[in-house]
Ligand binder design. Structure first.
Ligand SMILES: [Zn+2]
Ligand SMILES: [Zn+2]
Length: 355
């Protein structure tokens, strides 16, 4: 294309130390991830992802790191080159908005063995990707994002060839197609992300919880939701979601059956993956979000905690676990659970001090 050479010239790195602003840069969409925007700029100008990142001023680290937080020197450079404000730039990383609340601002954010923010790849709503021609929402990377409000479908975690989507260590083509190689010997599958099948959301209860998370998750509820998700991943039961969508129910009950073995492997390796079936990942998390959200946003927390305990799976090591050690930030939830004790045991305080 004739224009791309001229634009590439325009994009050539300026002599340091005074970066000049680039002309005609497309603006990020509301909620778009930094990687998606870099890929969009790359495709607009016919450049590679790596070259574009460098031209824009993202020099020092991998895209996965930039997605978590843009460091100060890069932010200065990027601001000068793009004309975007610090707020606009940070809004595309985990350092902002819902992502910051949901991850607690931690660099390596995990629930019990589940990444709170996926920095290396992203789930997606295929319809959104199709309609926007490859723009990816930052919030899809959050473990608490399990469905698309707009298209009423569960997010998809992987291609049908079992590869993760929009990886941070591949090229910009992955904004539109499955661009990962299954192994060195196999070609990329190249299936369009927009064509991937997504399961319809019919569960009004989960839809309501998702809306509450979007609208009401403040710095007060966020640690409570994290705490509740830890709890559900360890002792939640499919009996707590009998009216969920059938695929969610099936995925979560299968997870619950395999959980003891998975948690045993997790012990002593906090970075290990608890949900090791990417195809089921968002469905399992949908169950977790639904149960945990019902606790955090309950009108009557005591009643909800009691119901939770009646149906949960008792696990000794959870009651004693450091992960679930009562924290000041979750005092309200901990108090409610202390009132009813964990299933099969008496009061929580008693079981913790007298294992
Ligand atoms: Zn959508
Ligand atoms: Zn594929």
């Amino acid at each position: 294309m004739a224009g791309s050479f001229a634009v590439a010239q325009t994009l050539a790195p300026p002599p340091d130390p005074r970066p000049t602003q680039l002309a005609l840069l497309p603006r990020p969409l509301p909620g778009e991830s930094l990687l998606s925007w870099v890929d969009h700029v790359a495709s607009t100008f016919g450049l590679s992802r790596t070259d574009t990142a460098q031209h824009l001023g993202l020099h020092t680290a991998s895209m996965a790191k930039h997605l978590l937080r843009i460091n100060e020197p890069d932010l200065d450079h990027l601001r000068a080159r793009t004309g975007l404000t610090s707020e606009e730039l940070s809004a595309m990383t985990a350092d902002s908005g819902l992502a910051k609340r949901a991850t607690g601002g931690r660099r390596v954010p995990f629930y019990a063995g589940v990444q709170r923010f996926m920095d290396r790849n992203s789930p997606a709503c295929p319809q959104c990707v199709g309609e926007t021609e490859g723009r990816w929402q930052l919030d899809w990377r959050l473990a608490i994002s399990v469905f698309c409000h707009r298209h009423r479908c569960y997010l998809v975690s992987q291609c049908e060839c079992r590869h993760r989507l929009h990886p941070s260590d591949r090229g910009s083509a992955s904004r539109l197609v499955c661009a990962t190689q299954r192994s060195q010997r196999l070609r990329p599958c190249r299936r369009l992300v927009a064509d991937l099948p997504a399961i319809a959301l019919n569960d009004e209860h989960l839809a309501a919880v998702g809306q509450l998370i979007d609208q009401r998750l403040t710095d007060i509820e966020a640690p409570e939701l994290n705490w509740a998700m830890h709890l559900v991943l360890r002792v939640g039961s499919e009996r707590q979601i009998e009216d969920a969508d059938p695929d969610v129910y099936a995925a979560f009950s299968q997870f619950c059956r395999r959980r003891d073995a998975l948690l045993a492997r997790l012990r002593g390796q906090p970075g290990m993956v608890l949900i090791n079936e990417p195809a089921q990942e968002r469905l399992i998390l949908a169950a977790v979000v639904r149960i945990a959200g019902a606790l955090v946003f309950a009108d009557d927390l005591n009643e909800q905690a009691q119901r939770f305990c009646e149906l949960a799976t008792p696990r000794w090591d959870t009651v004693r676990s450091d992960i679930l050690h009562p924290r000041v930030s979750c005092a309200r939830l901990v108090r409610a659970f202390n009132t009813y004790g964990m299933p099969g045991k008496s009061k929580w305080n008693k079981t913790r001090t007298n294992p």
